[in-house]
Design a protein around this ligand. Sequence first.
Ligand code: 4PL
Length: 246
Amino acid sequence: MKRFDGRVAIVTGAAQGIGKAVALRLGQEGALVVAADINGKGAEATAREIGGKSFGIATDIGDPASVTALHKAAIDKGGKLDITVNVAAIVPFVAWDALTFEEWRRIMRVNVDGLFLMCRASSDLMRKGGYGRIVNFCSNSIFAGTPNMAHYVASKGAVLTFTRALATELGGYKITVNSIAPGLTDTEGVQKTDHKNAFEFVEMLQAIKGRGTPDDIVPAVAFLASEEAHWVTGQCLAVDAGMVRW
Ligand code: 4PL
């Protein structure tokens, strides 16, 4: 018997990085994974690696119709929804002097509006099932005030506080809502930006030295997504080798 046998899980951002690693782990531990990503081909590739009934689907979490289609696909093929892990986000590197309102909105549309749309649709399905685990992705940058991403830091502050509020709203339905706050993590996405040059700096602040990888983040996500985590809700867990403490 595996931890997620019989569970149906949506994972967004599943084409690469932390989202892909989460999708693979939930799949390995028995879940039917709906791998969602703006990169549909990448999401399908992740689902193929998992095998079984898991499938991939192109999803823009900032688009209400796309989020509706994702949830309809989950129900059509899985029959219910037990777990949603919201990893999808834009991780920008933009100096303050270059930060326009258009760029601010681009990040808010996905990182905040997209999280709302996902939680709205997922929790409506979970309420019907009388069970649910929602795991959102915060970031330890909200504590550090990490440079060159003021809009991202603001968006992740919203993830922390929205997660707290949603835990209250959904507690009566036995749905838990928690967030994970990784530190800088070595992913395809990070390697594409100048954040890749910050590893030495963050390592200096970590209690445990080394460079964080997606596999370092996954076990904490799996715990919060598991049945036995039922007494933990509204929390944010930093998974960053001790760079920040709260
Ligand atoms: C400390 O979430 O938390 C860079 C890029 N540095 O996205 C992040 C730190 C980045 C972070 C993050």
